[in-house]
Design a protein around this ligand. Structure first.
Ligand code: GDP
Length: 192
C-alpha cells in the first residue's frame, strides 16, 4: 500500500517524472539534474518501486516516479504501481506538474494514456518529453511531435510536448524552462 508518511513532508514545489520502463526517464533526469545530491529516497514496500527526490537548488524538487509497463510484471506489482502513482498524483499537495517521458518511436501507449487520464482528473499540468529523438529522422521526429500535440489537444487540454535527446543533449533548455515554469506557477498559487 502507498504510505504517504514515507514521503518527505510536502513543502517546496516538486515536478515529477513518469514514464514507461526504458523510455529514457533516468537518462533525461541525469541530463537535467546532473550529479545533484539525492535529497531523499522513499522506500516503498513491494519490490523496487521507489519514489526518488532530487533537490533542484533549495527551491524545488524533481521527483522520479517508478517506471511502468515492464513486460511480465505480476498483477500485484502493477496494482502497487497504480496505488502508489495514482495516489501520489491525486493527493500530493506540493506536486506542481508532471513530465511524462515517452520514447518518441512509441508515444502514447495504453499505460501512458491511463496516466494522462489520472493527471487530467487531478488537474495536474503536464509536459510530454519525446525522448530518443536522435533515433528518428528530423522529418519523422517533427511528424511525431505534431501528432502527439494534436492528440494531447483533445485528450489533455493545455498539455505541452517537445522532442528530447539525452544522448545529443537536445531539448534540455526547453525542458528546464518547463520545469521551472511549473514551479513558478505553483508558488504563485500558494505563496510563502
Ligand atoms: P528508463 O528505464 O526510462 O529510466 O530509461 P533509461 O534512461 O535507462 O534508458 C533506456 C535505454 O535507452 C538505455 O539504453 C539508454 O542508453 C537509452 N537512451 C536513453 N535516452 C536516450 C536518447 O536520448 N537517445 C538514445 N539513442 N538512447 C537513449
Amino acid at each position: 500500500m502507498h504510505d504517504p508518511a514515507k514521503l518527505p513532508a510536502p513543502g517546496v514545489p516538486e515536478v515529477a517524472f513518469a514514464g514507461r520502463s526504458n523510455a529514457g526517464k533516468s537518462s533525461a533526469i541525469n541530463a537535467l539534474v546532473g550529479r545533484r545530491r539525492l535529497a531523499f529516497v522513499s522506500k516503498t514496500p513491494g519490490r523496487t518501486q521507489l519514489i526518488n527526490f532530487f533537490s533542484l537548488g533549495s527551491t524545488s524538487y524533481l521527483v522520479d516516479l517508478p517506471g511502468y509497463g515492464y513486460a511480465g510484471v505480476p498483477a500485484e506489482v502493477r496494482q502497487h504501481w497504480e496505488e502508489l502513482v495514482g495516489g501520489y498524483v491525486a493527493t500530493r499537495s506540493s506536486l506542481a506538474g508532471v513530465v511524462v517521458v515517452m520514447d518518441s518511436r512509441h508515444p502514447l501507449m495504453p499505460l501512458d494514456r491511463e496516466l494522462l487520464a489520472w493527471l487530467r482528473e487531478a488537474g495536474r499540468p503536464v509536459h510530454v518529453l519525446l525522448t530518443k529523438a536522435d533515433k528518428l529522422s528530423r522529418q519523422a521526429a517533427t511528424a511525431t511531435l505534431q501528432r502527439v500535440r494534436r492528440e494531447l489537444a483533445s485528450e489533455h487540454v493545455g498539455a505541452t510536448a517537445q522532442l528530447f535527446s539525452s544522448m545529443k543533449r537536445e531539448g534540455l533548455e526547453e525542458a528546464q524552462e518547463v520545469v521551472e515554469g511549473f514551479c513558478r506557477a505553483a508558488q504563485k498559487q500558494s505563496p510563502g
